[in-house]
Design a protein around this ligand. Structure first.
Ligand SMILES: C[S@@+](CC[C@H](N)C(=O)[O-])C[C@H]1O[C@@H](n2cnc3c(N)ncnc32)[C@H](O)[C@@H]1O
Length: 290
Protein backbone atom coordinates (compact mmCIF):
# COMPACT_ATOMS: atom_id res chain seq x y z
CA UNK A 1 0.00 0.00 0.00
CA UNK A 2 1.31 3.41 -0.87
CA UNK A 3 0.94 5.80 2.00
CA UNK A 4 0.69 9.48 1.18
CA UNK A 5 2.38 11.52 3.83
CA UNK A 6 2.11 14.82 2.06
CA UNK A 7 -0.87 17.11 2.78
CA UNK A 8 -3.07 16.20 -0.17
CA UNK A 9 -0.91 14.39 -2.65
CA UNK A 10 -2.41 12.28 -5.37
CA UNK A 11 0.16 9.56 -5.04
CA UNK A 12 1.08 6.90 -7.53
CA UNK A 13 -1.37 4.32 -6.27
CA UNK A 14 -4.16 6.69 -7.26
CA UNK A 15 -6.47 4.92 -9.58
CA UNK A 16 -8.13 8.13 -10.75
CA UNK A 17 -6.45 11.42 -11.54
CA UNK A 18 -7.80 14.92 -11.69
CA UNK A 19 -9.31 15.79 -15.09
CA UNK A 20 -6.61 16.80 -17.53
CA UNK A 21 -3.85 15.40 -15.34
CA UNK A 22 -1.48 13.03 -17.07
CA UNK A 23 -1.40 9.71 -15.26
CA UNK A 24 1.52 7.40 -14.84
CA UNK A 25 -0.51 4.77 -16.65
CA UNK A 26 -0.98 7.10 -19.61
CA UNK A 27 2.74 7.70 -19.79
CA UNK A 28 3.41 3.96 -19.56
CA UNK A 29 0.84 3.23 -22.29
CA UNK A 30 2.40 5.83 -24.56
CA UNK A 31 5.79 4.31 -23.89
CA UNK A 32 4.62 0.83 -24.83
CA UNK A 33 3.04 2.21 -28.02
CA UNK A 34 6.30 3.98 -28.83
CA UNK A 35 8.27 0.78 -28.29
CA UNK A 36 6.13 -1.05 -30.81
CA UNK A 37 6.71 1.63 -33.47
CA UNK A 38 9.31 1.45 -36.22
CA UNK A 39 12.37 3.58 -35.34
CA UNK A 40 11.51 6.28 -37.91
CA UNK A 41 8.10 6.98 -36.43
CA UNK A 42 9.39 7.16 -32.86
CA UNK A 43 11.06 10.50 -33.34
CA UNK A 44 7.85 12.17 -34.46
CA UNK A 45 5.88 10.44 -31.73
CA UNK A 46 8.43 11.50 -29.14
CA UNK A 47 8.14 15.10 -30.23
CA UNK A 48 4.39 15.17 -30.00
CA UNK A 49 4.08 13.09 -26.83
CA UNK A 50 6.78 15.13 -25.10
CA UNK A 51 4.83 18.25 -25.95
CA UNK A 52 1.64 16.69 -24.60
CA UNK A 53 3.45 15.53 -21.49
CA UNK A 54 4.79 18.96 -20.79
CA UNK A 55 1.43 20.57 -21.55
CA UNK A 56 -0.27 18.29 -19.09
CA UNK A 57 2.19 18.93 -16.31
CA UNK A 58 2.13 21.75 -13.86
CA UNK A 59 4.41 24.57 -14.94
CA UNK A 60 7.75 24.90 -13.18
CA UNK A 61 6.77 25.68 -9.64
CA UNK A 62 8.50 27.98 -7.20
CA UNK A 63 9.34 24.84 -5.20
CA UNK A 64 11.35 23.44 -8.09
CA UNK A 65 13.23 26.70 -8.45
CA UNK A 66 14.04 26.79 -4.75
CA UNK A 67 15.32 23.24 -4.69
CA UNK A 68 19.02 23.84 -5.29
CA UNK A 69 19.23 26.31 -2.42
CA UNK A 70 17.27 24.01 -0.11
CA UNK A 71 19.61 21.09 -0.74
CA UNK A 72 22.80 23.18 -0.78
CA UNK A 73 21.83 24.51 2.65
CA UNK A 74 21.24 20.99 4.00
CA UNK A 75 24.66 19.81 2.88
CA UNK A 76 26.57 22.88 3.98
CA UNK A 77 24.67 23.07 7.30
CA UNK A 78 24.97 19.49 8.52
CA UNK A 79 27.92 18.37 6.40
CA UNK A 80 27.81 15.25 4.27
CA UNK A 81 28.04 12.94 7.31
CA UNK A 82 25.47 14.83 9.40
CA UNK A 83 22.46 14.67 7.07
CA UNK A 84 19.76 12.19 8.09
CA UNK A 85 20.22 10.06 4.96
CA UNK A 86 24.00 9.61 5.46
CA UNK A 87 25.18 6.05 5.46
CA UNK A 88 28.83 5.10 5.99
CA UNK A 89 28.42 2.17 3.62
CA UNK A 90 25.89 1.97 0.77
CA UNK A 91 25.52 -1.72 1.58
CA UNK A 92 22.08 -2.37 0.14
CA UNK A 93 22.92 -0.56 -3.11
CA UNK A 94 26.07 -2.64 -3.57
CA UNK A 95 24.27 -5.90 -2.80
CA UNK A 96 21.56 -5.11 -5.34
CA UNK A 97 24.07 -4.02 -7.98
CA UNK A 98 25.75 -7.43 -7.54
CA UNK A 99 22.40 -9.13 -7.72
CA UNK A 100 21.61 -7.33 -11.00
CA UNK A 101 25.03 -8.38 -12.30
CA UNK A 102 25.86 -4.93 -13.59
CA UNK A 103 29.04 -5.15 -15.68
CA UNK A 104 32.05 -3.08 -14.62
CA UNK A 105 32.15 -1.15 -17.89
CA UNK A 106 28.38 -0.53 -17.95
CA UNK A 107 27.20 3.10 -17.78
CA UNK A 108 25.74 3.68 -14.33
CA UNK A 109 23.90 6.78 -13.12
CA UNK A 110 23.15 7.63 -9.49
CA UNK A 111 20.30 10.15 -9.67
CA UNK A 112 20.08 12.46 -6.68
CA UNK A 113 23.34 10.83 -5.66
CA UNK A 114 24.32 13.87 -3.63
CA UNK A 115 27.41 13.28 -1.51
CA UNK A 116 26.73 9.54 -1.21
CA UNK A 117 29.70 7.19 -0.93
CA UNK A 118 28.21 4.92 -3.58
CA UNK A 119 30.33 6.47 -6.33
CA UNK A 120 33.52 5.95 -4.28
CA UNK A 121 32.66 2.32 -3.66
CA UNK A 122 31.85 1.69 -7.33
CA UNK A 123 35.15 3.28 -8.38
CA UNK A 124 36.85 1.01 -5.83
CA UNK A 125 35.13 -2.02 -7.36
CA UNK A 126 36.40 -1.16 -10.83
CA UNK A 127 33.34 0.50 -12.40
CA UNK A 128 34.57 2.78 -15.17
CA UNK A 129 31.53 4.66 -16.53
CA UNK A 130 29.93 6.49 -13.62
CA UNK A 131 27.62 9.51 -13.57
CA UNK A 132 26.25 11.29 -10.51
CA UNK A 133 23.35 13.68 -11.03
CA UNK A 134 22.13 16.08 -8.37
CA UNK A 135 20.38 19.42 -8.04
CA UNK A 136 22.84 20.43 -5.31
CA UNK A 137 26.23 21.66 -6.52
CA UNK A 138 27.41 21.64 -2.89
CA UNK A 139 26.77 17.89 -2.62
CA UNK A 140 28.42 17.15 -5.96
CA UNK A 141 31.47 19.17 -4.96
CA UNK A 142 31.81 17.26 -1.67
CA UNK A 143 31.74 13.94 -3.53
CA UNK A 144 34.02 15.15 -6.31
CA UNK A 145 36.68 16.37 -3.86
CA UNK A 146 36.71 13.03 -2.03
CA UNK A 147 37.79 11.22 -5.17
CA UNK A 148 41.24 11.05 -6.62
CA UNK A 149 41.79 13.53 -9.49
CA UNK A 150 42.67 10.67 -11.79
CA UNK A 151 39.22 9.13 -11.40
CA UNK A 152 36.83 10.03 -14.19
CA UNK A 153 33.24 10.53 -13.07
CA UNK A 154 30.62 12.63 -14.86
CA UNK A 155 29.02 15.11 -12.47
CA UNK A 156 25.67 16.42 -13.69
CA UNK A 157 24.31 19.45 -11.86
CA UNK A 158 20.71 19.00 -12.98
CA UNK A 159 17.17 18.95 -11.71
CA UNK A 160 15.53 15.62 -12.51
CA UNK A 161 12.28 17.46 -13.24
CA UNK A 162 13.81 19.33 -16.17
CA UNK A 163 16.80 17.18 -17.20
CA UNK A 164 16.86 15.67 -20.67
CA UNK A 165 19.18 12.65 -20.80
CA UNK A 166 21.77 12.77 -23.57
CA UNK A 167 22.78 9.12 -23.37
CA UNK A 168 21.50 5.81 -22.14
CA UNK A 169 22.53 3.99 -19.00
CA UNK A 170 22.65 0.33 -18.01
CA UNK A 171 21.77 1.11 -14.40
CA UNK A 172 19.58 3.84 -12.91
CA UNK A 173 20.13 4.07 -9.13
CA UNK A 174 17.96 6.25 -6.89
CA UNK A 175 18.12 6.21 -3.12
CA UNK A 176 15.66 8.61 -1.51
CA UNK A 177 14.82 10.95 -4.39
CA UNK A 178 11.65 9.55 -6.00
CA UNK A 179 9.80 9.78 -2.67
CA UNK A 180 10.02 13.61 -2.79
CA UNK A 181 7.73 13.64 -5.81
CA UNK A 182 4.36 14.15 -4.23
CA UNK A 183 2.16 14.76 -7.24
CA UNK A 184 1.26 12.59 -10.20
CA UNK A 185 2.74 14.95 -12.80
CA UNK A 186 6.16 14.90 -11.13
CA UNK A 187 6.12 11.13 -10.83
CA UNK A 188 5.11 10.73 -14.46
CA UNK A 189 7.90 13.05 -15.52
CA UNK A 190 10.43 11.09 -13.45
CA UNK A 191 9.33 7.74 -14.91
CA UNK A 192 9.43 9.06 -18.46
CA UNK A 193 12.93 10.46 -17.93
CA UNK A 194 14.03 7.19 -16.37
CA UNK A 195 12.76 5.20 -19.35
CA UNK A 196 14.42 7.57 -21.82
CA UNK A 197 17.71 7.35 -19.92
CA UNK A 198 17.72 3.58 -19.60
CA UNK A 199 18.96 1.18 -22.25
CA UNK A 200 16.52 -1.46 -23.52
CA UNK A 201 18.11 -4.10 -21.29
CA UNK A 202 18.90 -1.70 -18.43
CA UNK A 203 18.24 -2.12 -14.73
CA UNK A 204 16.89 0.10 -11.98
CA UNK A 205 17.29 0.30 -8.24
CA UNK A 206 14.88 2.57 -6.38
CA UNK A 207 14.69 3.11 -2.63
CA UNK A 208 12.02 5.19 -0.90
CA UNK A 209 10.66 5.55 2.61
CA UNK A 210 8.44 2.56 3.43
CA UNK A 211 4.73 3.00 4.12
CA UNK A 212 5.48 3.09 7.86
CA UNK A 213 8.48 5.37 7.34
CA UNK A 214 8.75 9.07 8.23
CA UNK A 215 6.30 11.51 6.69
CA UNK A 216 8.99 14.03 5.91
CA UNK A 217 12.58 13.92 4.78
CA UNK A 218 14.93 16.87 4.96
CA UNK A 219 11.98 19.03 6.03
CA UNK A 220 9.96 18.17 2.90
CA UNK A 221 6.84 16.00 2.60
CA UNK A 222 7.32 12.61 1.00
CA UNK A 223 5.19 9.85 -0.53
CA UNK A 224 5.82 6.45 1.07
CA UNK A 225 5.76 3.10 -0.70
CA UNK A 226 5.53 -0.62 -0.13
CA UNK A 227 7.36 -2.93 -2.51
CA UNK A 228 4.09 -3.66 -4.35
CA UNK A 229 3.61 0.07 -5.07
CA UNK A 230 7.07 0.42 -6.55
CA UNK A 231 6.68 -2.81 -8.51
CA UNK A 232 3.44 -1.48 -10.02
CA UNK A 233 5.24 1.66 -11.19
CA UNK A 234 7.82 -0.47 -12.96
CA UNK A 235 5.42 -1.82 -15.53
CA UNK A 236 7.38 -3.59 -18.27
CA UNK A 237 10.23 -4.41 -15.88
CA UNK A 238 10.99 -7.71 -14.18
CA UNK A 239 11.52 -7.16 -10.46
CA UNK A 240 14.42 -9.25 -9.24
CA UNK A 241 14.52 -8.23 -5.59
CA UNK A 242 12.45 -6.19 -3.21
CA UNK A 243 13.45 -5.53 0.30
CA UNK A 244 12.93 -3.56 3.49
CA UNK A 245 15.80 -1.82 5.22
CA UNK A 246 15.91 0.01 8.52
CA UNK A 247 18.24 2.92 7.99
CA UNK A 248 19.70 4.44 11.14
CA UNK A 249 20.31 8.18 10.87
CA UNK A 250 23.39 9.83 12.40
CA UNK A 251 21.27 10.79 15.45
CA UNK A 252 20.06 7.20 15.94
CA UNK A 253 16.55 7.46 14.47
CA UNK A 254 15.34 4.40 12.56
CA UNK A 255 13.85 5.04 9.10
CA UNK A 256 12.28 2.08 7.25
CA UNK A 257 13.05 2.03 3.52
CA UNK A 258 11.60 -0.01 0.65
CA UNK A 259 14.01 -1.13 -2.06
CA UNK A 260 13.32 -2.64 -5.46
CA UNK A 261 15.75 -3.84 -8.10
CA UNK A 262 14.45 -4.65 -11.56
CA UNK A 263 15.56 -5.49 -15.09
CA UNK A 264 13.98 -3.97 -18.16
CA UNK A 265 13.67 -7.41 -19.70
CA UNK A 266 10.94 -10.00 -19.92
CA UNK A 267 11.01 -12.53 -17.11
CA UNK A 268 12.10 -15.39 -19.40
CA UNK A 269 15.21 -13.50 -20.49
CA UNK A 270 16.07 -12.59 -16.91
CA UNK A 271 15.71 -16.24 -15.87
CA UNK A 272 17.90 -17.38 -18.75
CA UNK A 273 20.58 -14.82 -17.88
CA UNK A 274 20.52 -15.84 -14.22
CA UNK A 275 20.73 -19.55 -14.87
CA UNK A 276 23.65 -21.19 -13.15
CA UNK A 277 24.71 -17.92 -11.57
CA UNK A 278 25.37 -17.43 -7.92
CA UNK A 279 25.84 -14.05 -6.31
CA UNK A 280 26.65 -15.39 -2.84
CA UNK A 281 24.63 -15.32 0.36
CA UNK A 282 21.43 -13.28 0.36
CA UNK A 283 20.52 -10.88 3.14
CA UNK A 284 17.65 -12.38 5.13
CA UNK A 285 15.32 -9.45 4.46
CA UNK A 286 15.38 -10.14 0.72
CA UNK A 287 12.39 -11.53 -1.05
CA UNK A 288 13.46 -13.56 -4.02
CA UNK A 289 11.21 -12.90 -6.97
CA UNK A 290 13.06 -14.61 -9.76
C1 LIG B 1 17.71 12.31 0.74
S1 LIG B 1 19.00 12.82 -0.31
C2 LIG B 1 19.71 11.27 -0.84
C3 LIG B 1 21.11 11.43 -1.39
C4 LIG B 1 21.77 10.13 -1.87
N1 LIG B 1 20.97 9.43 -2.82
C5 LIG B 1 22.12 9.26 -0.71
O1 LIG B 1 21.60 8.15 -0.64
O2 LIG B 1 22.94 9.69 0.12
C6 LIG B 1 18.16 13.38 -1.75
C7 LIG B 1 19.11 13.91 -2.79
O3 LIG B 1 18.36 14.19 -3.96
C8 LIG B 1 18.74 15.44 -4.48
N2 LIG B 1 17.54 15.94 -5.18
C9 LIG B 1 16.35 16.26 -4.65
N3 LIG B 1 15.49 16.62 -5.59
C10 LIG B 1 16.17 16.53 -6.77
C11 LIG B 1 15.82 16.78 -8.12
N4 LIG B 1 14.60 17.20 -8.47
N5 LIG B 1 16.76 16.60 -9.08
C12 LIG B 1 18.00 16.17 -8.75
N6 LIG B 1 18.38 15.92 -7.49
C13 LIG B 1 17.47 16.10 -6.50
C14 LIG B 1 19.15 16.26 -3.26
O4 LIG B 1 20.03 17.30 -3.56
C15 LIG B 1 19.83 15.18 -2.40
O5 LIG B 1 21.19 15.06 -2.70
Amino acid sequence: MLTPACPAPRCSADRSEAPGELTVRTIERRWRTRKAMPEGRRHMADRSSTAQTLDAMPSRSADVDKQPQHWDRRYSGAGATGVSWYQPEPAMSLTLIDRLRVAKEAPVIDVGGGASLLVDRLVGRGYTDLTVLDVSSTALEIARRRLDDTVHVRWLHENLMTWEPQRRYALWHDRAVFHFLTNAGERARYLTTMRHALSDSGSVIIATFASDGPERCSGLPVARYDAADLERLLDGFTVVESSREEHVTPDGTVQPFTWVAAHRLPVAEVRAAAQGSSTGPRPPAFRKLI
